[in-house]
Design a protein around this ligand. Structure first.
Ligand code: NAD
Length: 484
């Protein structure tokens, strides 16, 4: 049964009972209902009916039908669709930001730019599409870049709007049709996004969205032979299972996984700029960021100075209401995530690290929600659990090093290799250090972005790349036609 898809609300509780399949909002076949909890106070704000395997199969079938036509679309048609998607999503930036603040607890000073960068991904993909020749010929040989087929997009909860737009933009540019499975923790945010994208008047079946559990909807997508590719953002454990389960149907996979990113502070760094930059990297998105600079490597000769500077700058990293533009750090997404962060703080203390700021428990006056104290550990050794495992919360490990070579060795001594940063005054030296880091992206002197630069990890941080041309290529196959 088709409906408008609008979220209904009664007694302050929102309800969603539909999925987006074949261009329409349809009632869920799955019957399981989950509560959506507001992370600032632990109260139920919505009830969402989750998709099951049957909903997922309907969505895949719709995407397969649409691929028969859209898979043969010309560049200009795809470009037009990307522009329409951009326009449709742009119209709802305020609503998308508000949903991220309410459901996820993202601070507005981070949520808004992250939503904007998602929305801009449509134009970035259009540029990548215009710049990439889809046909190359020489002699009697012609090589074309063909869409891989129906793509399953599986996303994490910490930057929902960005992940959806980024993956959808690359898939659409490549000529793929998609079935999106967002995290169930992002149900409200996803619905606002889908309402927005519905206005782009897409060909039916190009975009299908089924919100459900990973072990139900995610598994169906991963195993279904009609899905050619999975583009996944999430944890290493689930990434491994997607690779393993996907092998049976020879799935192409892009896996955007975890990180334990190093920030190397060189001994010529100006601390008045470098420490605020390092703390922004560490605490971005309340520390629930795959790219968070969770390990700060500091020259031993400057350790005392750095500690003093961190203590001072920490005052700016206020915790509180994420809707307040002055708040730097919001709550964790869920009780589970709150407990995970607490357990790592305890572990750090047990392992002998020293708490310079923060520590266990709720910040004073913020006992109701999933707020944690932004925590900085010093005297951390790189082989400690808190320096090796991804915490996914506002916990920074300060690790001392002797020489530049030592810093590079420590930075690379991690199973992860997603993101890194180098802070220093001598740019040539900073570049030299950056070029020795085994990570998919290294930023110099502060967090920055480029929608055409690849994003993705070395080692356990994943397989493949997203953004711009690199993201689009991940949804393409080459076909060569040779004449005798
Ligand atoms: P998660 O792996 O638990 O879940 C991610 C998605 O996978 C969700 O939609 C979930 O429902 C689904 N899923 C769960 N089990 C599945 C299964 N068996 N088959 C298919 N899908 C399944 O991760 P999360 O807790 O949502 O997100 C946090 C993780 O994501 C962190 O490790 C973080 O580093 C990572 N992350 C990586 C990037 C990146 O760009 N590299 C960005 C953000 C987050």
């Amino acid at each position: 049964m088709a409906t408008t898809g609008k979220i209904t609300e009664r007694d302050g509780i929102k309800t969603i009972t539909t999925h987006y399949i074949d261009g329409a909002f349809v009632e869920s076949h799955g019957r399981e209902v989950i509560d959506v909890i507001k992370p600032t106070n632990g109260k139920v704000i919505a009830r969402v009916t989750l998709a099951d395997e049957e909903d997922t199969r309907l969505a895949i079938a719709a995407a397969k039908r649409a691929f028969a036509t859209y898979g043969r679309s010309a560049k200009e048609e795809r470009a037009k669709i990307l522009r329409r998607l951009h326009e449709a999503a742009s119209a709802r930036i305020d609503d998308l930001t508000a949903a991220m603040v309410e459901e996820y607890g993202g601070v507005v000073q981070f949520a808004r730019p992250i939503v904007e960068s998602g929305v801009n991904a449509f134009l970035a993909s259009e540029k990548a599409l215009q710049d990439l020749p889809l046909t190359r010929s020489w002699g009697k040989t012609t090589v074309t870049l063909e869409p891989v087929g129906v793509a399953g997009l599986i996303t994490a909860w910490n930057a929902n709007a960005l992940f959806i737009c980024l993956k959808l933009a690359s898939a659409v540019a490549a000529g793929c049709t998609v079935v999106l499975k967002p995290s169930e923790l992002s149900s409200l945010q996803t619905r606002v996004m889908v309402e927005a994208l519905h206005e782009a008047d897409l060909p039916k079946g190009l975009l299908n969205v089924v919100t459900g559990l990973g072990n139900i909807v995610g598994t169906e997508l991963t195993r279904n032979p009609d899905v050619a590719k999975i583009s996944f953002t999430g944890s290493v454990g689930v990434g491994e299972s997607i690779m393993r389960d996907g092998a049976a149907t020879m799935k192409r996979v892009t896996l955007e996984l975890g990180g334990k990113s190093p920030t190397i502070l060189l001994d010529d760094a100006a601390l008045d700029k470098a420490i605020p930059a390092a703390l922004v990297l560490a605490f971005m998105n309340s520390g629930q960021a795959c790219a968070a600079g969770a390990r700060l490597l500091v020259p031993k000769s400057r350790l005392d100075e750095v500690k003093r500077s961190i203590r001072t700058v920490m005052r700016v990293f206020t915790v509180g209401d994420p809707a307040d533009p002055k708040t730097a750090i919001g709550p964790m997404v869920s009780q589970k995530q709150y407990e995970r962060v607490q357990s790592y703080i305890r572990k750090g203390i047990e392992e002998g690290a020293e708490v310079l700021a923060g520590g266990e428990g709720h910040p004073e006056g913020l006992e109701a929600g999933y707020f944690v104290k932004p925590t900085v550990f010093v005297n951390v050794k790189n082989d400690m659990t808190i320096a090796q495992e991804e915490i996914f919360g506002p916990v920074l490990c300060v690790i001392a090093y002797d020489t530049e070579e030592d810093a590079i060795r420590i930075a690379n001594d991690s199973k992860y290799g997603l993101h890194a940063s180098v802070l220093g005054t001598d740019l040539e030296r900073a570049r030299r250090v950056a070029s020795q880091i085994r990570a998919g992206r290294v930023v110099i002197n502060g967090m920055t972005d480029d929608p055409q630069a690849p994003w993705g990890g070395f080692k356990y941080s994943g397989v493949g790349r997203e953004y711009g041309r690199y993201g689009m290529e991940a949804f393409l196959e080459t076909r060569a036609i040779l004449e005798a």
